[in-house]
Design a protein around this ligand. Structure first.
Ligand code: ATP
Ligand code: MG
Length: 679
């Protein structure tokens, strides 16, 4: 058993083997917090706690998986206490995925239809838009918030559990006198989702909390778990804290880990205060601090220290490297984005020549689309990569179509899914689709089967030539007796494939995607679970679904900074370190927004073990790779202050170099030179 804590330092070991009930581990980036938490879980299990009675929560799917994987590895060598009992698996995942599991398991008790549909952010905005229209929001001739703002306001109100008016004052002060109409849209949104059996991301937490706080269901949920562990606690919001409090109301055992200087989910209502003031919720909690950074070399940590020193509320201890040596980070000034892409590719390949595999390198971006040009170039150079945190694949129309079809199979009230799928039919636009949905009466009482029984009325609303296809498709929705979930999935895929083939180009590749997605249905309890999994943990490609290609294959990682939290690589390339990109100009309306960007920058620069390269394009073209030369000059990120820049070797990328914003007025010179010829 001591092998589990063998490699830990003294403080980590104290944390892993802590005898009390409640523990908080508080420390900076790369100090081995997750390592200590994982060891603690393994220690508890090795000491006899059944693994399936340990809940481990994190913020990204990847981080949660990584944690479970590390636990398994530690436990593989440890003896099992009770030789007769097979070891179960830890209940691990993101808050949202575990909430989803709880909701499915207790759907009936919670008053949800068993096959409820899981909405993604885009779907949620569409539902809000629908109720906004019905409220004649735009009719009174005044400027009224659009769906995106409404959803943001709704979600923040729910997640921070503060009054709507306060939230509006903060994020949309210009409509402060319209609190009542916004409130009535929020109420209608909640009502609409209930009627149609739709659940959005926030509902997952709201229903989980309702379940955990309920006098009858709550104790059952709490009694299933002996110990709750939470990584990245600086990113919890008020709802998540209440869920945890409710889950621990009879059994106090809890371990949380966090770093307030890495809090980056303020836009979702999170606050590092929950970590710092945890004593107000769990008064008995003890704290252990970790101080030595095992991840990065000192020259890299110098950058992180300089970045956080500039923060107005910097009270985190300086990061000190445990391992000596290391090279200075590089700040690469590139002429424009094309030159940036070239510089990144050259550097990646140079490192690979030195023996640093692609897999040990990552390109980090503030926003998913910042890597668009790079991805093109990587494909051109045949450098394989995977992307974390982008939503491309799941947003591909045909993928969304199949997800909607799976949703509909379990929940024929899903108005959004109908609306999307009916429009795949020849000659059906929004108007006909609405009429057909009206005839189905999705908001009328009745069982799923009874709703589908009204289909003959609905089909009347569709143009005659597309009725047969539509009928076939609705037949596929009806479960056949004794049919497995997988077989039903196949039947739906078969019904959808011809529509996808006619509605989109590149049909073969799209149909192949449908096959890969359908394969997941064979292991699922129900089709709406497959749809929900894809929504909660979007894969980046079908390759991602099947797991990464093969062990010996090598690929580069491209990731948003948010999705890179908790992870590390030998080499990190940070792109677009220009003001407006990083910090994102959307965050610059408030001081908190800017501070959150700074912490995000800190997260980015604390990911590398050995080498950090930060790239800064001097110009951005309006139309990248376009023929004209419209461009804007950019400013370096404001986080690259003089003190921070002093930690870097600044280099100019040599390729495609040009003068930064200066002009030699060649036209004048050419003209004067030629003048001599005209005489
Ligand atoms: P983050 O703040 O980014 O989440 P963290 O505090 O969770 O970081 P870990 O990911 O646990 O840090 O550890 C960072 C690196 O340090 C990992 O490579 C880990 O293997 C290594 N490490 C942690 N503790 C030790 C130790 N006691 N001895 C040697 N290496 C260690
Ligand atoms: Mg960690």
């Amino acid at each position: 058993m001591f092998a589990i804590v063998d490699r830990l330092n003294e403080e980590q070991r104290a944390a892993a083997t802590f005898e009390g009930d409640q523990l908080r581990i508080l420390a900076g980036a790369g100090t081995g917090k997750t390592t200590a938490l994982t060891a603690r879980i393994a220690w508890l299990v090795a000491s006899g706690m059944p693994a399936e009675r340990v809940m481990a929560l994190s913020f990204t799917r990847r981080a949660a998986r990584e944690m479970m994987h590390r636990c398994d590895t530690l436990l593989a060598d440890a003896p099992v206490r009770s030789a007769t009992r097979r070891r179960g698996r830890i209940v691990g995942g993101t808050f949202h995925s575990i909430a989803h599991r709880t909701l499915r398991r207790h759907a009936v008790a919670l008053g949800l239809p068993e096959g409820f549909s899981m909405l993604d952010a885009g779907d949620a905005a569409d539902v809000i838009d629908l109720v906004r229209d019905e409220h004649g929001a735009a009719a009174n001739g005044r400027r009224f918030p659009k769906k995106g703002t409404l959803l943001d306001v709704y979600s923040r109100t729910v997640n921070t559990q503060r009054p709507l008016s306060t939230v509006i004052d903060e994020v949309a002060p210009w409509c402060a006198d319209q609190v009542e109409p916004v409130a009535s849209i929020c109420r209608a949104y909640v009502h609409r989702k209930r009627t149609l059996g739709l659940v959005d991301f926030d509902d997952l937490l709201l229903y989980w909390r309702a379940a955990a706080m309920d006098d009858r269901l709550g104790p059952l949920l709490a009694a299933e778990i002996d110990h709750v562990c939470v990584d990245e606690y600086q990113d919890v919001n008020a709802l998540q804290v209440e869920v945890l409090r409710a889950l621990r109301r009879t059994d106090p055992r809890l371990t949380v880990v966090g770093d307030d200087s890495q809090a980056v989910y303020g836009f979702r209502g999170a606050s590092p205060r929950h970590l710092l003031d945890i004593g107000s919720v769990f008064p008995e909690i003890s704290t252990i601090l970790l101080e030595r950074n095992y991840r990065s070399v000192q020259p890299v940590l110098d950058v992180a220290n300089a970045v956080s020193e500039a923060a107005p509320e910097g009270f985190m201890a300086r990061l000190r490297a445990e391992s000596p040596g290391g090279e200075r980070p590089r700040l690469v000034r590139a002429a424009d984005e094309d030159a940036q892409v070239d510089a990144v590719c050259e550097q990646i390949l140079a490192h690979r020549e030195e023996g640093i595999a692609l897999r040990e390198q990552a390109v980090l971006v503030r926003a998913a689309h910042h890597s668009d040009l790079l991805e093109l170039e990587l494909s051109r150079r045949r450098i394989p990569y995977v992307k974390y945190g982008g939503l491309r694949f799941i947003e591909a129309a045909h993928v969304k179509d199949l997800i909607c079809l799976f949703r509909l199979a379990d929940n024929p009230r899903d108005e959004l899914a109908w609306f999307r799928l009916l429009q795949l039919l020849e000659g059906v636009g929004p108007v006909r689709a609405r009429r057909a949905i009206g005839a189905l009466g999705v908001d009328q009482p009745g069982t799923p089967a009874e709703i589908l029984m009204r289909w003959p009325l609905a089909v009347e609303e569709l143009p005659a030539p597309s009725r047969r296809t539509a009928d076939a498709f609705v037949n596929a929705l009806r479960p056949a007796t004794g049919e497995s979930v997988g077989a039903h999935g196949e039947r739906l895929r078969d019904a959808l494939a011809p529509l996808v083939a006619t509605a989109y180009d590149n049909a073969d590749a799209r149909v192949a995607d449908l096959d890969a997605l359908t394969a997941a249905a064979h292991n699922a309890a129900r089709l709406s679970d497959v749809a929900a999994d894809l929504t909660l943990e979007p894969p980046n490609s079908t390759g991602d679904l099947a797991g990464n290609p093969s062990i010996d294959e090598d690929w580069l990682v491209i990731s948003t900074v948010h999705s890179a939290k908790g992870l590390e690589w030998d080499v990190v390339h940070l792109l677009n370190a220009a003001d407006g990109n990083f910090p994102s100009d959307m965050a610059l309306t408030s001081r908190e927004g800017l501070e959150e960007e700074r912490r995000l920058f800190d997260v980015a620069v604390t990911r590398p073990r050995r080498r950090l390269h930060v790239y800064f394009p001097l110009r951005f073209h309006y139309r990248p790779r376009g023929r004209d030369d419209d461009h804007t000059m950019s400013q370096p990120s404001r986080f690259l202050s003089a003190d921070v820049t002093a930690c870097f070797d600044t280099v100019r990328s040599s390729r495609h170099d040009t003068l930064a914003g200066e002009s030699i007025d060649a036209g004048f010179r050419v003209a004067t030179e030629l003048d001599a010829l005209w005489t």
